[in-house]
Ligand binder design. Structure first.
Ligand code: SF4
Length: 114
């Protein structure tokens, strides 16, 4: 699969690869390469930085290592904090009955307001 091949190439190049070189090397069009790069970027597998080469705009593509991706996932927990308060369920050891729990009710209200 082309996407896997590109990802492998990028991972082998710590100094990054020019996107304009990648699509030529792989034998696909620049538009298809851009779509693949956007997907890989969205998945947190690569990062791109704009670069101009001989007056032509392109990107330098760098691999994102697993250790770096962990910190991105960590930010997924940001939704557990609203107005500096952590979700009431975190660390709660009460007999859970969400329909009766005023804490979770207030929490949901604060999410709706945000
Ligand atoms: S819903 Fe209420 S009782 Fe249940 S875990 Fe969350 S805070 Fe605790």
């Amino acid at each position: 699969m082309v996407e896997q091949k590109i990802l492998g190439m990028v991972r082998d190049a710590d100094e990054g690869l020019l996107q304009s070189d990648i699509w030529k090397e792989v034998g696909i069009g620049s538009s298809k390469c851009s779509r693949i790069m956007l997907r890989l970027e969205d998945d947190g597998l690569v990062k791109r930085e704009k670069e101009t080469l001989n007056g032509v705009n392109t990107y330098r593509v760098y691999p994102i290592r697993k250790s770096s991706r962990k910190s991105k996932k960590k930010s997924d927990y940001d939704c557990l904090i609203v107005d500096g308060e952590i979700a009431p369920c975190a660390g709660c050891d009460a007999d859970c009955s969400p329909e009766q729990c005023s804490s979770i009710g207030k929490w949901i209200q604060s999410l709706i307001k945000e």
